[in-house]
Design a protein around this ligand. Structure first.
Ligand code: PEP
Ligand code: MN
Length: 338
C-alpha cells in the first residue's frame, strides 16, 4: 500500500500518518520528492485498514498494492488449475465440458430420461436443482432429498457426475451423500457462512457470480472457500443486472478472460440464465466457448413449456444435439477440444 500525501501536507501530518501505519504493527517507509512525500507500507497490507488512513489530514490517496485475495490469484499457483469432478477434468487445456440438465429435478422419470438424452447429446456432467432459490416462496421449491436421490440414480445409470445447488449449510452432509459437485447459486454468492462450510467439504464447488457482484467480489467469495482448504473451485459467469431488458440478465463474457487473468481457477459460463430466452442461448454458448470458457452450463428440458422452473430458457435435447458440433468447431478454432 502506498500513501500519497497532499503537496501541502505538513511535517507534523506526515509524522501522524507514519505513526498511524506503525500502530497497525507494520513499518512505514517515507520517500520524498520535490513535490510531495510518499509513505510506503512495508509488511502485510491486510493488517492496515485503508479507510482509517484515507481520511487523515494531509492524505491525498491510499493505493493498495497487494491483491485482496491470495489463494485465488494467478500468482498463487503460477499455472491454471484443473478441477476434477469424478474423472471429468475442467480447466487449463482440458476439453471444454458441457454441463446439462433441467433447472429443477421434477420427477424420477424426468431426470432419468433427460440424463440419458443429454449424455447422448454430448454432456459430460448432469445438473439439476433439488433445492431451488425461488423469488416467490409460493413457487416450486424443489424435491429436496428425494430430488437428490433421483439425481444419484441418474448418475449411477449414465455415469454422468452430478452438480446440484446447496442453499443451506445444514443440508451439507445430506447433499454430500448424493452429489459430485456443489453449486452455490448467484443469490448465495456472499453467504459467507455457507461458503466457509462448503470450503470444508471434500466436493468441488461451482460458485456462481451474484447478479450484482463485481468480478473482484466473486473472487473474494472463492477465497472464502479456498481459505477453508477446499482448492477445487470453479467460477461461473451467469449474467449480471444491467439497464438492458431485452434479456433476463446481461451475460458478461468479458468476465471469462478477466477471471482467467486474475485467478488460476477454471471458468464456467451459464448462458441459459444469462440470456434467459431459449432462442438466443445457442449463439451465446458459442460466444462463451470462443471467449475461453472451460465449461458451459445449459438448462435442458424435454417439455420446457410445462417445466416447474425456468422453462422459457431451457433448450430441448434435440437443439443441444444440433448445437454440439458447432460448439466443437468453435472450440477447435481456438485450439481446444470439446
Ligand atoms: C440455477 O442454476 O438453476 C440457478 C438458480 O442459477 P442462479 O443461481 O445463477 O440463478
Ligand atoms: Mn434455473
Amino acid at each position: 500500500m502506498i500513501i500519497i500525501t497532499q503537496p501541502t501536507a505538513t511535517e507534523e501530518q506526515i509524522e501522524q500518518i507514519v505513526a498511524r501505519v506503525q500502530a497497525f504493527g507494520v513499518e512505514a517507509e517515507v520517500s520524498r520528492s520535490e513535490s510531495r512525500v510518499i509513505v510506503g507500507v512495508v509488511g502485510p497490507e491486510e493488517l492496515v485498514r485503508e479507510k482509517l488512513l484515507a481520511n487523515m489530514p494531509g492524505v491525498e490517496a491510499v493505493v493498495p498494492v497487494a491483491k485482496p485475495y491470495n489463494l485465488a490469484s494467478s500468482e498463487a499457483r503460477g499455472a491454471a488449475s484443473i478441477v476434477d469432478i469424478c474423472g471429468v477434468s475442467i480447466g487449463c487445456d482440458s476439453a471444454v465440458a458441457l454441463i446439462c440438465g433441467p433447472c429443477s429435478v421434477e420427477s424420477r422419470e424426468q431426470i432419468l430420461s433427460l440424463a440419458r438424452k443429454v449424455k447422448d447429446a454430448g454432456a459430460r456432467l448432469l445438473r439439476g436443482g433439488a433445492f431451488k432459490p425461488r423469488t416467490s416462496p409460493y413457487s416450486f421449491q424443489g424435491l429436496r432429498e428425494e430430488g437428490l436421490r433421483f439425481l444419484a440414480e441418474a448418475r449411477n445409470e449414465t455415469g454422468l457426475p452430478v452438480i446440484t445447488e446447496i442453499m443451506d449449510a445444514r443440508d451439507l452432509p445430506m447433499v454430500e451423500r448424493y452429489a459430485d459437485c456443489l453449486q452455490i447459486g448467484a443469490r448465495n454468492m456472499q453467504n459467507f457462512s455457507l461458503l466457509k462450510e462448503v470450503g470444508r467439504s471434500h466436493l468441488p464447488v461451482l460458485l456462481k457470480r451474484g447478479f450484482s457482484a463485481t468480478l473482484d467480489e466473486l473472487i473474494m467469495s472463492a477465497e472464502y472457500i479456498l481459505s477453508e482448504g477446499n482448492m477445487n473451485v470453479l467460477l461461473c459467469e451467469r449474467g449480471i443486472r444491467t439497464f438492458e431488458t431485452a434479456t433476463r440478465y446481461t451475460l458478461d463474457l468479458s468476465a471469462v478472460p478477466i477471471l482467467k487473468a486474475k485467478t488460476h481457477l477454471p471458468v464456467v459460463v451459464d448462458p441459459t440464465h444469462g440470456v434467459g430466452l431459449r432462442a438466443f442461448v445457442p449463439q451465446m454458448s458459442l460466444a462463451a466457448v470462443a471467449a475461453g470458457a472451460d465449461a458451459i452450463m445449459l438448462e435442458v428440458h424435454d417439455t420446457p413449456d410445462v417445466a416447474k422452473s425456468d422453462g422459457q430458457q431451457a433448450l430441448v435435447p434435440e437443439t443441444l444435439s444440433k448445437l454440439l458440433p458447432r460448439l466443437r468447431a468453435v472450440a477447435n478454432a481456438i485450439g481446444r477440444d470439446l
